[in-house]
Design a protein around this ligand. Sequence first.
Ligand code: FMN
Length: 314
Amino acid sequence: MEYKIKNLKLKNRFLLAPMLEPNDIAFRLLCKKAGCGLTWTGMVSPLSKQKMDLDDKPAVQLFGNSARGIKSFIKKYDKDVSLWDFNLGCPSKLSRRLSYGAFMHSDFEMIEEILKTMREATKKPISIKLRKSGQAIEIAKLAEKYVDAIGIHARTIEQGYSGDVDYDFALKLKVAVGIPVIYSSVPKGIPSQIQGKDKLGQTLPSAQMASAGADKVGNVNVGKYRKILKDFNFVFVGREAIGNPNIFSKLSGSELRVGFKDYLKLAKKYKLFFRQIKYQAMNFTKGLEDAKNLRKRLVEAKSVGDIERVMGKK
Ligand SMILES: Cc1cc2nc3c(=O)[nH]c(=O)nc-3n(C[C@H](O)[C@H](O)[C@H](O)COP(=O)(O)O)c2cc1C
């Protein structure tokens, strides 16, 4: 089966969610190797002068409160990028202060100017990533003129990253637009709104329901993701992927497994900072039997060699 966003062909529908700290080039390459359909960078300013490593040919997410710098930034990196995304979801205090991300929702004019600028700068697919708000669905409709997919994280600014994700809101957005929708934040359990219902609101046979909840590979509830994909075109894998790129092999049914030693090899190749390598080592201890002890020793690590000794063959 082939999946597409505009002319971009994807081998599956499991996408790495944009995440600023975890999604360095080494981590993204591992996710891709494990089977991720498309990797995403965290948000980057088009005014940033920092060189980007894009060997995974990712989706690059831009943020900002004006169109300044967008054209030249896109031109600079366009050939190494699969898709350009624009952040309309960040709920941080800094975003509030500078009117970025989810704090731009009432400025339709600026949103349109930015998307128009992006559209004129590239033939690559474009998407936006929205957060739940009173204007989000209207923005999605406005954006359809310029973009090829919409990402939705159905939590409000006030909720941040916790509390119930509003699955019904995401469904409302899905039916309001005619382009692919990427769902973000798969609830821990199957949300009550979709429990026992398919996208037409019909009750599912109980055997099908049981498999939706029980279909586990390792610690990944694959059935939960498949259920979301009955309603949406693609799904973002966010926090569940942190320190766990193998989630993509489990979701895509591949036998391949990657580990921290693979991360380290790539991190050295790309000369990532010690601080970043230590942060990822901490992430990779997630779910390990001796995680607590490993973390304690990682806190003490003063060099990449120290980290290597602590993590051993993991
Ligand atoms: C550490 C971290 C960094 C994030 N950075 C970004 C970002 O740069 N841009 C963005 O659109 N969303 C960002 N997000 C939000 C995620 O893309 C995602 O929408 C959110 O975590 C909910 O999905 P999840 O429950 O699968 O984690 C970030 C989330 C986390 C946990």
